[in-house]
Design a protein around this ligand. Structure first.
Ligand SMILES: [Zn+2]
Length: 517
């Protein structure tokens, strides 16, 4: 045997009660679970540590960062061993025409070359040896942007068939499904019929339709109904990304949300969701503007933002939402160097209500629309209800970043470094909203089953040795909104495909992730 772990307290992923056993690993697989002892190249005495399958980050955005920074420190140190990327309509492929054009600034910021196809992307990935297992969805935005561009037009039959064919090509590569981002351009321009027609392409393999709903606040209910309709019409599994009730005036909708999801489940529609255990979300500042303003090309949007009449409309809109709205938005990253000092500050602290419209427009123009924000728009009570649901997994909704290098920039949401330890510490061990067995099931076996991550997510002989050992008395997130790059505590060992990536609580340079494509 290569690794022998003695006296482990095992939570095996399928929700069964905790048991004690020894675990043997040979090459990349678990080869023994039981009471016997074996000699081995490396032996660890687990003592009080809890052993679980490696965590699966259901909602990841590492498509670009994993190439710029394949170590993925923030993810590995949380115990994440597999990421599902390509969420919210954005994947690393295909990137033709306007899709590529739109994403060039991001590629440039990370020092990455251009590419178009999934083949080119896979070869880039292989070259960097990611530390973490890479699985991905295909982004609807990539498909629409490559075929139609970023225009507000309905897809005609010819375009629809082009999009279907392009999606079909991606599915040859074990892509896990289709993701949509219906608040972002160009996803926002797709009607329900287009979503259904594209989702039907997934049918032979029953890939997942994962969706960032058209609205998470004001029109949350109709947006959820649209996602369920896709499930009814196509019979493919539906996954709601970062399930939430966004904005104080929408918190009351949570029970209707559960009612709709669970009624559909009873009708036979498979529906799951993911959530990150924080009451703040992170997105782009421009998505808070009325839809007619963010339509069109980047140049068109910028020229709209310069117009006095448009600014007046924005002023009216901000006034109706009030000072509370400005206080709930924190600037996390800007592209314009001289505005960097605004990072980590709340809009309410840097501009007055009367002038906020001008401030926001100028800020967006200077950064060529690249302004990322953190929005404090959720409440704890609903978050607990969401995290408690048996069909809700955990997703960081973050890209992989590290404490050093090109990804150690800005003030991103702390969920990129802390989500999984926070879920276990705060919600499971302290608040006790779930048993540990159930919590681990939701972050290992459940996502592996839904997204078809084969032979992972369970501690079982013959399965891949993706394993986490953590100290239940120590496990805790340390990343905060002020210091989002804080490494989590208590994750003692992380094994990926049979090799240690974290030993005695410290990350090493071994990059043993697999590309699950
Ligand atoms: Zn999203």
């Amino acid at each position: 045997m290569d690794i022998f772990i003695k006296n482990a307290t095992i939570v095996n992923g399928i929700g069964k009660s905790i048991f004690k056993a020894n675990i043997g690993i040979k090459e990349d697989k678990i080869v023994y679970i039981g009471k016997e002892n074996f000699s081995s190249k490396i032996t660890i005495n687990a003592n009080e540590l809890i052993l679980t399958p490696g965590f699966i980050d259901t909602h990841s955005h590492s498509d670009f960062t994993i190439i710029a920074d394949p170590q993925a420190e923030g993810k590995i140190t949380q115990g994440i061993t597999t990421e599902i990327n390509g969420n919210c309509g954005l994947s690393a492929f295909p990137m033709f025409e306007e899709t590529l054009e739109r994403r060039l600034p991001e590629l440039k910021a990370l020092g990455l070359p251009k590419w178009n196809s999934i083949d080119e992307y896979i070869s880039l990935l292989k070259n960097v040896n990611p530390s973490i297992n890479f699985a991905t969805l295909c982004g609807h935005g990539n498909i629409r942007g490559s075929v139609i561009g970023y225009k507000n037009v309905i897809a005609d039959k010819a375009k629809l068939s082009k999009m279907r064919n392009l999606l079909k090509k991606q599915l040859f590569y074990k892509v896990k499904g289709l993701s949509t981002g219906l608040i972002y351009t160009p996803g926002i321009f797709a009607n329900t019929e287009e979503l259904i027609e594209l989702a039907k392409v997934l049918l032979p393999k029953r890939g997942v339709y994962a969706t960032h709903l058209r609205s998470e606040g004001e029109r949350l209910i109709s947006a959820l109904e649209e996602a369920i309709l896709v499930g009814i019409k196509t019979k493919i599994p539906i996954h709601i990304s970062h399930l939430k009730t966004s904005g104080r005036e929408n918190w009351w909708k949570i029970d209707t949300v559960f009612y709709l999801i669970e009624s559909a489940q009873r009708e036979g529609i498979k529906i799951t969701a993911d959530s990150y255990p924080y009451i703040a979300s992170a997105t782009d500042l421009d998505v808070f503007l009325p839809q007619w303003i963010i339509e069109g090309s980047r140049e068109e949007i910028v020229s709209k933002l310069k117009k006095e009449s448009v600014r007046k409309e924005i002023a009216k809109y901000i006034k109706t939402r009030g000072k509370k709205f400005l206080d709930s938005l924190l600037i996390s990253e800007v592209a314009f160097e001289k505005d960097r000092h605004f990072e980590g500050k709340k809009l309410g602290d840097i501009t007055k209500l009367e002038n906020a419209h001008n401030f926001i427009c100028d800020l967006l123009i200077r950064s060529d629309l690249y302004v990322a924000v953190i929005y404090f728009g959720m409440n704890e009570e609903n978050l607990i209800k969401i995290l408690s649901k048996p069909y809700v997994m955990i997703g960081t909704d973050s890209s992989s970043r590290s404490t050093k290098g090109i990804t150690a920039r800005g003030k991103p949401h702390p969920r990129g470094f802390g989500s999984f330890p926070r879920f276990i510490r705060k919600y499971v061990l302290e608040k006790g909203i779930l048993s540990l067995e159930e919590a681990i099931r939701k972050i290992t076996y459940l996502p592996a089953k839904i997204f078809k991550i084969h032979k992972r997510g369970v501690i079982k002989e013959g399965y891949y040795a993706d394993i986490v050992l953590f100290d239940p008395s120590e496990i805790e997130d340390t990343a905060t909104f002020e210091n989002p790059f804080g490494i989590s505590r208590g994750i003692k060992y992380v094994i990926i495909n049979g090799k240690f990536s974290v030993e005695n609580g410290l990350i090493n340079d071994i990059r043993n992730g697999r590309i699950l494509l």
